[in-house]
Design a protein around this ligand. Structure first.
Ligand code: DGL
Length: 275
């Protein structure tokens, strides 16, 4: 994607429905450690993943508007549900600001590594029913068999910090394959796309449960790589110190506590925004 940035020293704007977006933020910081970022968690409107496409689009436009008003050079839609639903509307409304979503980079990465003809996308109900991931995958490889599995329990599990128990393992395997016994790993899908902000926290455990033959694609990583490549190709990365400014719309204590587990570092100051 070509980047038309007017001021390279502006921060990268990132928004998500709440506490899971810091997985994308963490990936961005690994790829672009010197970039300043401004992150908005729209915690008062959680979750996006069970809402209608029209509502998600309206919420996404309003969230993006808050960041654009503060001055950003690139918008990253960290929320998979919003990326799958509202990316075109956001790109149109805020043009020429470059807008990156997480769905297409995740799908492209899956196509690159998939050594089988089947890919399973794990995401929220809205993302799966909207079909954006499935369309992006089929656009790349039309003969591929694409399965979409809504995993609403994974969102709750991730927010509760629970990824190390027999119950958590059962919920993870149930999401991947439907009702299964823990031992039944032989027919595990070979390529999985983690199509939700919250799911990268399960990556290591999924790999252990499904074995090394399973390819687990983390769309947060691939999105960060795309943003870094786009800024680099335009000679526009900045090295302002890598500060993060956090904004949230409700539940500040929970945002700090749970968001820190997704970011894998502490979140100290959060500004309350009315949205
Ligand atoms: N951020 C959402 C996503 O990545 C998950 C949480 C929600 O449903 O709001 O799809």
């Amino acid at each position: 994607m070509a980047v038309a940035v007017t001021d390279a020293n502006l921060p990268i704007g990132v928004f998500e429905s709440g506490v899971g977006g810091p997985t994308v933020l963490a990936a961005l910081r690994r790829h672009l450690p010197g970039e300043d970022t401004i992150y908005l968690g729209v915690t008062a409107r959680l979750p996006y993943g069970t809402k209608s496409a029209a509502t998600v689009e309206r919420y996404a436009q309003q969230a993006a508007g808050v960041l654009v008003a503060r001055g950003i050079k690139v918008l990253v839609v960290a929320c998979n549900t919003a990326s799958a639903t509202a990316l075109c509307a956001l790109a149109q409304e805020f043009a020429p600001l470059p807008v990156f979503g997480v769905a297409v980079p995740g799908a492209l990465a899956a196509c690159e590594v998939a050594d089988s003809s089947e890919v399973t996308v794990l995401a929220t109900e809205s993302t799966i029913s909207g079909g954006a991931y499935q369309r992006a995958l089929l656009h790349q490889r039309s003969a591929m068999r694409v399965l979409g599995r809504p995993c609403p329990l994974w969102v709750t599990l991730a927010e509760q910090g629970g990824d190390a128990s027999a119950l958590a393992d059962t919920i993870l395997l149930d999401g991947v394959r439907g009702s299964v016994m823990l031992e039944q790993t032989a027919d595990a899908p070979s390529t999985l796309v983690l199509g939700c902000t919250h799911f990268p926290v399960f990556r290591t455990r999924l790999q252990q449960l499904l074995g090394s033959q399973a390819q687990v694609i983390d769309s947060a990583q691939t999105t960060a790589g795309s943003v870094a490549a786009a800024l680099q190709s335009e000679g526009l990365p900045s090295n302002r110190g890598g500060n993060i400014q956090f904004l949230a719309t409700d539940g500040m204590e929970g945002f700090q506590r749970v968001g820190a587990t997704f970011l894998a570092e502490g979140i100290s100051d959060v500004e309350l925004v009315d949205l």
